[in-house]
Design a protein around this ligand. Sequence first.
Ligand code: MF3
Ligand code: CO
Length: 367
Amino acid sequence: MICTSVVCGKETTSNLKCPVCLKQGIESVFCDQTCFRTSWSQHKFIHPQEDDQPYNPFPSFNYRGDLRPTYPLSARRAIPKHIKLPDYAKDGKPISEIKNDRLGKIPTLSPKEIDKIRKVGKISREILDIVAGHVKPGVTTDELDAILHKECIKRNCYPSPLNYYNFPKSFCTSINEIICHGIPDQTPLKDGDIVNLDVSIYYLGFHSDLNETYYVGDKAKANPELVRLVETTREALDLAIAAVKPGLAFREIGNIIEAHATKNNVSVVKTYCGHGTNTLFHCQPNIPHYAKNKAIGIAKPGMVFTIEPMLNLGTYKDITWPDNWTSSTQDGKASAQFEHMMLVTEDGCEVLTARTATSPGGPVARI
Ligand code: MF3
Ligand code: CO
């Protein structure tokens, strides 16, 4: 068995079982008392309550919009032995990333490496499209996580978010006022919601990263405010991508995005940025989406990075839920995001996560 502690994850022959899980007929083992004690605050979230009803685990938190987390979380999903793991899969710490951050160099990939990351980008698009095909009123974000996880395993891919700094699920699902990093749980999508699906996979030694925001049911598409927000965000990313070519200073990207946001009366989140992705999930360059930023670096052929603007209907300011991940707008108004991963070429860039003719979602006309 594998130790249930999210910060351990090692093979163990220990007989130390979680008593609460055992009552439900689930065998969660811990290596030892230390694993049991140190992981309890996270592990307990997979336990149903006495009355077996879904519950809000942080009832005294000052939530800013209508959305609440719906627990229990489902149990940690398993990764079969044959799948290659990133370094943080066992203990949550991306050591190679942390070491690399001290160097701060922006890598350029060789033709062989480019072939690999191109494949990884393509597969992650395929997986996002399959999951997005299941977006409809009534489906829970945990059900979407189960689908994503299965599609990753089928393709011998590791879902990069799983256990990245102890993130508990295989991708991020961010509904309405959630800016990013929403944790899949028992919350059902409703007609009139918007939901962002953020997919990253690790395959052939490379990470990919992409996300899109989708309208749930027909009501969201009939909401002029939501359509303005979502379409402006989609366009802002496209405008930024159109400017990427060798010689572009990364600090320019934020000017392009904020100009389009301002024209459409939405704000730009400052806390979260685009980033390099390659053998590391997140690395240099750092790419802010707001104007007048001081980002370092110039685009060169062979560099691979994401642009992933988050735009809000109200304030740009964010606040993190007590789960230490979910980022909400401070005023509870909606937030949208789109993300692509791109490779700088000799005369522009190649979008490694591009939509295909059959990708679900896509632009709708403003009302
Ligand atoms: N996929 C996100 C990004 O666009 C990062 C998610 S980190 C996680 O960079 F741990 F929350 F998954
Ligand atoms: Co990203």
